[in-house]
Design a protein around this ligand. Structure first.
Ligand code: ADP
Length: 501
């Protein structure tokens, strides 16, 4: 066992313990007796310090030319690349994903760094004609100010990068409040930002419990923007608080994503997609495939194929290269998934495979749950409607393409979606008719790339998109600029009219 890492807050360029001195621990979900890190249990006192530092730093950071700001972010990308393996190993120990996936998580941060850094030399506005003579009109992007970034544990490097990198390039200063389960990953990431030479106060880290440090940040009057990724319950609180206090807010919340498999689909391809989409990251992605909508004609055959493949998946620690599926992140998640299995049985779903906590042998000290297929699920059952966030996939049978799309859309969420078909007409009809922020054709519901918008409709979000150029719309305000070089007062809508009043 390795010695636990001692994590601290990073405020105004200094590594600090919590003002109150309390600490918490993170542990390895594959072996919960192993403590991975201790970290500060921050309170409003620490949040106040971080917000004051971010506000002070904002005064000069916003004036640093955007291409120069972007160079720091580029350097973060280079350092992430150098430390990729070390970060991936740490992440597997701290939140349980297999190494192939944790390497992907760090790579997403690297991709985001290089992509965001490029924006430093773009950040395009518009020029447009004025309706008046001798007058010039344009729009420019300006930073929002002090941004609070509240992040979950399932992508502990990628999601903070998605938020912090465009925020910094746009000229904002940031305070990261990472999830309680992944303080070590957040600390290592901020060490890299610090090593890239960012001036003190430009990026700050405040560890702690959501209802304490997170809440204090959201409620702080000197925070201008909150970017949140997490559960719908917490998102509702964050959104309401920001509404009350007039903060800009970007929410990325749950999903109940479906993959449709039509009767004309390449079934082997659809099977690869279903296994990866449903069981990748142990089903703990907001884009995970939690419903498989299967056309009647292939349902029996596809279910048999799925069963066979699922039965071969190996549970284990993420650090073991033979592992297909890691543990759930903590005891609460394990309990939650287990409760949903009770609900499924009560509702009349049939557990085809899995359905139980796995705690035999090498798995006994971990939060493992068997990969699970629920059959005979109807579209309105709770297990077809509510986010489970575990390795559980519900099979729903349909008789037509139209039914498939109706069932897919029959949810309060609208993040990701997927359709497997060889029919180009159906593919385009699906792209048009699916109510979701992301649609894959002949690919699984997971696998977003950093240069495309990420987010969803309905209860998944509040109309914003992360990543891509759309991240700039979250982290900047538009300013319309008029330059009048006529030398006299020109009244728009009045002085350029010929009719006399
Ligand atoms: P998850 O189910 O992914 O853990 P949460 O919404 O509980 O989702 O947590 C996501 C992030 O939100 C974490 O960083 C957590 O600490 C934070 N958080 C939880 N509750 C609050 C709250 N009341 N105010 C602000 N942040 C919170």
């Amino acid at each position: 066992m390795t010695t636990p890492l001692t994590c601290r807050n990073y405020i105004d360029g200094q590594w600090l313990s919590a003002v109150g001195g309390s600490t918490l621990e993170s542990s390895n979900p594959a072996c919960f007796t192993e403590i991975v890190a201790t970290f500060p249990r921050s309170t409003a006192d620490d949040v106040n310090l971080a917000v004051a530092a971010a506000r002070q730093a904002y005064r000069s950071w916003r004036k640093v030319p955007a291409p120069a700001r972007a160079e720091y972010v580029f350097r973060v990308g280079e350092l992430l690349l150098q430390h990729k393996e070390e970060l991936a190993q740490l992440m597997s120990r701290e939140m349980g994903k297999p190494l192939t996936e944790t390497r992907g998580d760090v790579q997403e941060g690297i991709d985001c760094a290089f992509y965001s850094a490029g924006e430093g030399r773009r950040l395009f506005g518009q020029t447009t004609p004025s309706e008046m003579p001798n007058k010039f009109a344009m729009t420019v992007r300006t930073p929002v100010g002090v941004c609070a970034l509240i992040t979950p544990w399932n992508f502990p490097i990628a999601i903070p990068c998605w938020k912090a990198m465009p925020a910094l390039v746009c000229g904002n200063t940031v305070i990261l409040k990472p999830a309680e389960d992944t303080p070590a990953c957040a600390t290592k990431l901020i060490e890299i930002f610090a090593a890239a030479g960012l001036p003190p106060g430009v990026i700050n880290l405040v560890h702690g419990v959501g209802e304490e440090a997170g809440k204090a940040l959201v409620e702080h009057p000197d925070v201008d923007l909150v970017s949140f990724t997490g559960s719908s319950e917490t998102g509702a609180f964050v959104g309401a608080t920001c509404g009350r206090t007039h903060k800009r807010v970007c929410l990325e919340m749950g999903g109940k994503n479906a993959q449709v498999v039509m009767e004309d689909a390449d079934l082997e391809l659809a099977l690869d997609g279903a296994i990866w989409g449903a069981f990748g990251t142990t089903g703990q992605r907001c884009t995970a495939t939690s419903r498989l909508i299967l056309h009647h004609d292939i349902k029996e055959k596809f279910t048999a194929m799925l069963y066979e493949r699922t039965s071969k998946l190996r549970l284990g620690a993420g650090t073991d290269p033979n592992t297909d599926i890691g543990p759930l992140v903590n005891a609460n998640q394990l309990q939650r998934v287990n409760n949903y299995l009770d609900i499924a049985r009560e509702e009349g779903a049939k557990v085809l495979i899995g359905g139980k906590i796995a705690n035999e042998g090498a798995l006994k000290n971990g939060y493992f749950f068997q990969p699970t297929i629920l059959d005979n699920v109807t579209p309105d059952m709770r297990v077809a409607q509510e986010e489970i966030f575990g390795p559980v996939v519900a099979l729903i049978e349909v008789n037509s393409f139209e039914d498939a799309i109706a069932v897919l859309n029959n949810t309060n969420y609208g993040l990701s979606s997927s359709v497997y078909t060889r029919d180009i007409n159906r593919a385009f009809a699906a792209i048009r008719d699916i109510e979701a922020g992301i649609t894959y054709i002949n690919g699984p519901t997971i696998g977003a790339e950093v240069h495309l918008p990420f987010g969803g409709v309905k209860n998944t979000g509040n109309g914003h998109r992360e990543a891509g150029t759309t991240a700039l719309d979250v982290f900047t305000e538009w300013k319309s600029v008029y330059v009048d070089f006529s030398g006299h007062l020109q009244r728009a809508q009045i002085d350029n009219r010929t009719e006399q009043q």
